[in-house]
Write a protein that binds this ligand. Sequence first.
Ligand code: DCP
Ligand code: MG
Length: 356
Amino acid sequence: MNAFETQSRKIIHVDMDCFYAAIETRDFPQLRGQPIAVGGQPNQRGVVATCNYEARAFGIHSAMPMAHAIKKCPKLIIRPVRMAVYRKESKSIQNIFKRYTQIIQPLSLDEAFLDVSHAQVCHGSATLIAKAIRQEIWKTHQLTASAGIAPNKFLAKIASDWRKPNGQFVITPDQVDTFIKTVDVKKIFGVGKVTAKKMYHLGLKTCEDLQHLNLPQLQQHFGSFGNQLYHLCRGEDDRPVHHSNIRKSISVEDTFTQDLPTLSACYTEIPRLFEMLKFRHLKSQQKSEQTIKSLYVKVRFCNFQTTTAQASHQTLSPESYQQLIQKAWNRQQLPVRLLGLGIQYHNNGLKQYTLF
Ligand code: DCP
Ligand code: MG
C-alpha cells in the first residue's frame, strides 16, 4: 500500500446492536421492553451470549453465567440461541453491504469492516454510506446497527462503539491525533487483560501515555508487540480490509489439441502461458497488493492422470516453472494434454495481527 492510499482510506466498521437479542425481540414482540438474555439455561451452566439494554441495566453482559445473571435480575427472560436464524440474518445483512462496496471483511455474524475509499455511491461520502446502510438494515430487517467511520480499521472499530446503539461516529484524518490521545489502552487490539494490567502498573492508561514511550522502551516492556503498539497508540494502522474476494491463488492452463510429446515440447509452451499468468497477476495486484508465497504447475498426461508440483518462491520467473514442470513430468514421462501454471499468495496482513 502506498502512502497516498494509507492517508486517504475510508473504512466503516458496522456492528449490529445486541444482535441475537434484537432478533429475538423483533420476532417475539411481546418481549419488547423486558430484560431478555439469549443463551443457555442457568441450571445447565449456560452463559449469556448477549442481552438487550434492559438487561444490561442490571449489570448483565455477554459471557456471564446465566445463573449469575438471573440472580442480578430475577425477571430476566431467557431465550435459547437460534443460531440458524442469526446466520441467515447475518448473510442477508452482508448482502446489503455489497451494494456499496465489494471490499467487505466480516469479523463475526454481526460485525464487518468495509473499505469505501473508492465507492461512488452517496457522492463517495463514507458518512452518508454508513447512514444509508444502517437505514437499509432497519428498513429490511427491523434491526439497528451502529457504525464507526475512520481512516483505518483500528479507529473505525473504536468509533462504532461511541454512539451505540443505533448511531454512528466519524473520525476524520485531521481529528485522529486529538482523538487517539484519550483512547484507553484496553481498546487496542492485542492488549488483553494481562497486558492492560502491566500497562496500568507502568502508569500507562491512555494512548497518549503510550506515546511518551519511544520504540526501544515499548519493545523493552512489550517485546515484539512494541512495534505495533508504537503505531497503534498514534492511531496508525495500515492493515487492509480483507475481502473474501481476495484471491489466494491464480492460475492459467491450456489443453492442447495435440498432446505435447516430450518434455522439451512442454518447455516451448512456457513463455506463452507465463505471459498470460503475469498479466493476470499484475491485474490482481492493482486490486490488492499481495506477496507471492509459492509457484505451482499442473500437468495432465495423455492417460488423464494429473500431477502437480509446487515450490516456495517470492518472485515470478519462467525458469522456476521450467524446473517444476520437469519435476512433475518425470513422474510419468508421457505425452502431455494439459499444462497449467499458478501462483499462491500469502494471506497478507492477517498474519500480522490476530483480531479477537
Ligand atoms: N456473542 C456470543 N458470546 C460472546 C459475545 C458475543 O455468543 N461472549 C454473540 C452474541 C451477540 C453477537 O455475538 O449478539 C455479537 O456480539 P457483540 O459483542 O457485538 O454484542 P452485541 O451485538 O450483542 O451487542 P452490542 O450492541 O454491544 O454490539
Ligand atoms: Mg454487536
